[in-house]
Design a protein around this ligand. Sequence first.
Ligand SMILES: Cc1cc2nc3c(=O)[nH]c(=O)nc-3n(C[C@H](O)[C@H](O)[C@H](O)COP(=O)(O)O)c2cc1C
Length: 202
Amino acid sequence: MSEFRTLVLSQRACRRFDPNGKVHESDIEQMLQLAVHAPSAENTQPWSFVVVRDEESRKLLADWWTETWNAGGGDFVKQSLDDQVLIDDLEFGFARGGFAAAPVVIVVCADTARVAEIYAPSSIYPAVQNLLLAAADLGYGSCLTTGLTTFGIERVRELLALPDTLLPMAAVYVGQSLKKLSPPRRRPALEVTYREKFGNAW
Ligand SMILES: Cc1cc2nc3c(=O)[nH]c(=O)nc-3n(C[C@H](O)[C@H](O)[C@H](O)COP(=O)(O)O)c2cc1C
């Protein structure tokens, strides 16, 4: 199997980080170099990245997640999910400070001066995926979270000194994973693929 396939087939969301694990500056730069090679609508490349290493800022971001989880975000997730392993893992990330232990948070922003807001997510997430794969390739654990807006976009803007045109869309936590993650669980591709028309099984 090619290294690329092995990487893609093993990439997982990590929510348990070694608080003493190091992330090298040169590795962050490599991840970002791969991120910006992603496609974007009309090649607008509307992303900006804010790399947060400062302990106080990371703690604030983590506290806001905990607040959001406790204010009903957690209940909402639990209502629609019947996967207890995933619920426990999500809870660890949000509520018990799992993400707070990640030494690096990369906040990915969309520049609404370069891309219409409705195209922002589809133009940002290919770069985010490159970032996650690059982190895995370098041996780091990582996890993507979205919905920074749910705990107050203005708080994030103020914390990171973002101009009004920058929309913080994703936070990517990067660090050393505390444990080796099991393989990803996915439905088989051919189970969700149809021939010519939806409903004709492959
Ligand atoms: C758009 C998006 C949003 C996500 N948001 C969160 C999140 O808020 N918190 C979290 O712990 N994981 C988040 N994840 C990670 C998913 O929960 C994870 O990829 C999924 O459960 C599959 O698990 P695996 O990647 O470890 O196989 C997100 C993933 C995506 C693509």
